[in-house]
Every structure is written in structure tokens, then in C-alpha cells.
Design a protein around this ligand. Structure first.
Ligand code: KIV
Ligand code: ZN
Length: 391
């Protein structure tokens, strides 16, 4: 596998096509998955988790096709910790230039007792056997103790150490049910780094769910503690409230390079186009105020903000719209807008009004904006035309 040599380089592991696709309303057909996989490659992700090959013949086929056709990133297939799953995943990814098997097994007491009905000893044995079986077929093996954040810390450390001994090359610590909070998750990562023998030979990875709206914050807290792979999805799609949003974690690292000192291989200018492509493929729209890729993320309506933006965009924007693939910031005209933004819009529409004409248009614009929610260019043109004819 390619572990970037730079210790400050974060590996971006995208699971849009696996954890994302398995959530309600997000399923895609083979062609759509291939298109997204090519988009992820162009974006610069390091690992594509292409699916869960044992889940269905369609899932197997899409992992296999992505492994055959998408050259560049590591292509990964998910498997539970049993022979059939692992062999099926190995078969699906074997044509990839750089294949990976991701083996997972739940470790928390609630999962052991009620889901798996297995003792701690049985879990340890199953984990070791699974990792070994995967390693016998593929050199790059990731192991995940599912529900890690609710697992007793001593047992979690033991399972992880056994997985390292058995040959896991990446150790992923999932917050499967989005239960962790940033300081708690950071404590887990710090504890594992301190106590697990051999952990330095592996890449430590984080995988967060968003049930408390903390997936990105938890991922960043873990990266600050030394994790170097982040698992995420485009638009944050995923089970229940979703997974860590790729675009958010990448832009947080980039915008706050001063704080984290970490980099990724992502070409951020492709974030918005890929976000839109995914929405189109799944039919799942992004909420308007979603960070980075939402329609309002670079839009300003308040007069004070618009005035500041026109004087210097850094007053109210911490990222440049072009850095995420948006041509420019939008100054939305509405009842909160000021004269400066209206003047700019009128000039953009090709009008040259005197100060007096502009004042009159501004007055009629405020009356209109009070009764009309969306103000379009045509509305402004009508107001400007009326004013030109009247004066
Ligand atoms: O959330 C989770 O625990 C998972 C594992 C399969 C890594 O998605
Ligand atoms: Zn998950």
C-alpha cells in the first residue's frame, strides 16, 4: 500500500460507495457507481471503499468493475470476519492494482452479548483468524473493531494489538453509532497509541458517524492525536445521520493548516462538482445551509455582510469559493440587503444609474423585498427600467 512518507499527510479513505450507498435513499446502479468512483479518483482520494462484495451479486460486480477500471487509488472491499466474506472480498478486489480488504468485527459488550453472542475470547480468536485469512490473500488489510467507542478500553486495546500481530496494516477505530464526543474520542486514540504494541507499524484510522452532529469534529480531534487516515463520504451520506463529510474535514484541515499542520492529496476545486454529481446520481439533495457545498455556503444577504464582502471578501469568508469549485460568492438580494450590494448588482446587469436614481430604485427595492421572498435579476431590471423612464 502507499503510506505517504510525509508524517503530516492524511490518507483520505472514501466510503461513499459502501457506507454511504447502503443508507436509505442513496442506492446507485453500476454505471452511477463507476462514474462516482472515477470522480473520487480525480478528486485525489487515496482509498475507495467500493462496496461490500458478499452483500449481493450487484455489490460484488460493482467492486470488481471499480477494481478493474479505476486505476490510482487503493480499491477496498468490506468483509465481516468470516471465511466466506473475506474470500468474496478478495475475489472482488483482486484485479485492482492496489487491492485492500477491510475486515470488521464488533467488540463492544452490547454487540458481543446481543448480536454476536460471543465471549471476549471468541472475539479475539475470530479477529486474529480473520485478519490472517485476509493477509494470506492480500497484503493490504484493514481491521475495524466495530462499535469501538463503546468498547471497554482494555479490551479494545487487546483486540487491536492482536490484529496488529496477525498482520493488519491499517487499524480503524469506528464510532459506529456516533456516540463519541471530541475529547472522548481523542482520549481513545491517545490511549491506543500509548498502550498498543506495534501500533506504530500501522496506519491508525478514524471512522465517525454523525448521530450527534459530531462526526467531523470527532475525526479532527483524532487526527490531532495522531490518526492518519480519515474515513468519510461525499456530502456526508451514510447510515442514519451520515458519516464524516469528506468536503468538511478536508476544508477544515486546509483552512486551519495553521492549527493542524496536516495536508491531504485532495484537489479541493473538484469538491462541489462531485457533490453535485452524487446528488444527481442518488436523488438525495444537500441541505441549503450545509457547510462547504450547500447553496448558502458562499451566499450573503445581510447588508452589513454584503458591504464588508464588497470591500474585502476576507471580512466574512474564511475560504475562497473558487477553492471548492464555485465560480464566485453570491450576494443575494433580499430585505436585509444594503445599497452597496444593490449598486453592484445594477452595475453587473449593465445599468449606469445616477446616485439619485439609485436611491429611488433602492426605496422601491425595499418595498418589493418586504413582500417577495426571492428577488430575481428580472425584478431588479424592472425597477431600474422604471426609474430610467421616469427620470
Ligand atoms: O460504522 C462502522 O462501524 C462501519 C464499519 C464497517 C467500519 O461502517
Ligand atoms: Zn460506518
Amino acid at each position: 500500500m502507499t503510506t505517504p512518507n510525509d508524517p503530516n499527510r492524511v490518507i483520505v479513505f472514501d466510503t461513499t460507495l459502501r457506507d454511504g450507498e447502503q443508507s436509505p435513499g442513496c442506492s446507485m446502479n453500476l454505471n452511477e457507481k463507476l462514474e462516482i468512483a472515477h470522480g473520487l479518483k480525480d478528486l485525489g482520494v487515496d482509498v475507495i471503499e467500493a462496496g461490500f462484495p458478499i452483500a449481493s451479486p450487484g455489490d460484488f460486480e460493482s467492486v470488481q468493475e471499480i477494481a478493474r477500471q479505476v486505476d490510482g487509488p487503493i480499491i477496498c472491499g468490506l468483509a465481516r470476519c468470516n471465511t466466506a466474506d473475506i474470500d468474496r472480498a478478495a475475489d472482488a478486489v483482486k484485479h485492482a492494482r492496489r487491492p485492500r480488504i477491510h475486515v470488521f468485527l464488533a467488540t463492544s459488550a452490547i454487540h458481543r452479548e446481543f448480536k454476536l453472542r460471543m465471549s471476549r475470547e471468541e472475539i479475539l480468536k475470530r479477529a486474529i483468524d480473520g485478519v490472517k485469512r485476509a493477509r494470506d490473500q492480500i497484503a493490504d488489510v484493514e481491521f475495524s473493531p466495530e462499535d469501538a467507542s463503546r468498547t471497554e478500553l482494555d479490551f479494545l486495546a487487546e483486540v487491536v494489538e492482536r490484529a496488529v500481530e496477525a498482520g493488519a496494516t491499517t487499524l480503524n477505530i469506528p464510532d459506529t453509532v456516533g456516540y463519541a464526543v471530541p475529547t472522548h474520542y481523542a482520549d481513545i486514540i491517545r490511549h491506543l497509541k500509548k498502550t498498543v504494541r506495534g501500533i506504530d507499524k500501522c496506519v491508525l484510522s478514524v471512522h465517525c458517524h454523525n448521530d450527534l452532529g459530531l462526526a467531523v469534529a470527532n475525526s479532527l480531534a483524532a487526527l490531532k492525536e495522531g490518526a492518519r487516515q480519515v474515513e468519510c463520504t461525499i456530502n456526508g451520506i451514510g447510515e442514519r445521520a451520515g458519516n464524516t463529510a469528506l468536503e468538511e474535514v478536508v476544508m477544515a484541515l486546509r483552512t486551519r493548516q495553521d492549527y493542524y499542520g496536516l495536508t491531504t492529496g485532495i484537489n479541493s476545486r473538484l469538491l462541489l462538482p462531485l457533490s453535485r454529481k452524487l446528488s444527481h446520481a442518488t436523488g438525495m439533495q444537500v441541505q441549503r445551509n450545509k457547510a462547504i457545498v450547500g447553496q448558502n455556503a458562499f451566499a450573503h444577504e445581510a447588508g452589513i455582510h454584503q458591504d464588508g464582502m464588497l470591500k474585502n471578501p476576507n471580512t466574512y469568508e474564511i475560504m475562497r469559493p473558487e477553492d471548492i469549485g464555485l465560480s464566485r460568492t453570491e450576494l443575494v438580494l433580499g430585505k436585509h440587503s444594503g445599497r452597496h450590494a444593490l449598486r453592484q448588482k445594477i452595475s453587473d446587469l449593465g445599468y449606469h444609474l445616477s446616485d439619485e436614481q439609485l436611491n429611488k430604485v433602492f426605496e422601491s427595492f425595499k418595498v418589493l423585498a418586504d413582500r417577495k421572498k426571492d428577488i430575481y435579476d428580472a425584478d431588479i431590471e424592472a425597477l431600474a427600467d422604471t426609474q430610467i423612464h421616469e427620470s
